[in-house]
Ligand binder design. Sequence first.
Ligand code: AMP
Length: 300
Amino acid sequence: MSLVIVGSVAFDTIETPLARRERIIGGSCTYSALAASFFTRPKIVAVVGEDFPRETADFLKKRRIDLKGLTVVPGGKTFFWEGRYGDDPNQRETLKLDLNVFNDFRPILPPSYRAPDILFLANIGPDLQEHILAQVKRPRIVAMDTIRHYIVTQPDAIDRVLRKVDIYFANDEEARLLTREQNLVRAGRSLLDRGPRLVVVKKGEHGALVFGPDFVFGIMARPCEGVVDPTGAGDSFAGGFLGYLDKTPGRTPKDIRRAAVYGSVMASFVIEDFGIGRFLTLDRGQVEGRLRQFRKLSTF
Ligand code: AMP
């Protein structure tokens, strides 16, 4: 079993109604690999500049994340993103986006990365997603995520990648934007017609819907009174979902349901602190404890 993840490793500046944090560690690849690391040993493909802190790389290694595919560009500047949340944590505005070292990043994958069981094309430019996809032997599962920025600026490339993937993770806004359907059930079905066999539509604090060829599964988000920072919730959902699947031989609807609950569990942790803060102290026992809470919450 192996999971390869390509996506951003970033510095984020985040503003919520209560606080602001400057240049903390973020990125779609960082969040999803950390969430997946509670189930499996992910291999990451990304690029950072010389300004990237050694302690963060050490922490990723400590979580047994394989960094052979992480390039460090001498003198380069790490990807930077700045976002602001309003009172509704589901709404955010991108204030700044500097691709920096990602601008011309076209890596050759290390040999040990070329036959993954699961490939996750986390949120990053669709051209880079395709470049990675072209270098791997057909994995058991190819999953993708994207963001408004690429749906608006590169819709044709997004469509091309969608046709080649098995699982697509979207949030409600992205699903509506891509399909022009306001109704999320119709949007989910319409996305299934575009290529993927499974579409996961995340709805922030309202949970997620998983659409398969002949089933729909609804999963709630853990009720949380104090969301500190919603950043990375989507990536952590996907990381938990795929990390769990990587360790699970089956692919039945029941396995998919359980994967979705683990996704929701990992998202519920990350929002409790800024950036990757909550992952610094999280352990597998706490993950299992929250899975039991989820079961109690939704059994009747
Ligand atoms: P999420 O909250 O799960 O949607 O993911 C947030 C993360 O996505 C942040 O840590 C950002 O660094 C990263 N991000 C934001 N915009 C982009 C982009 N255009 N490409 C890649 N990563 C991005």
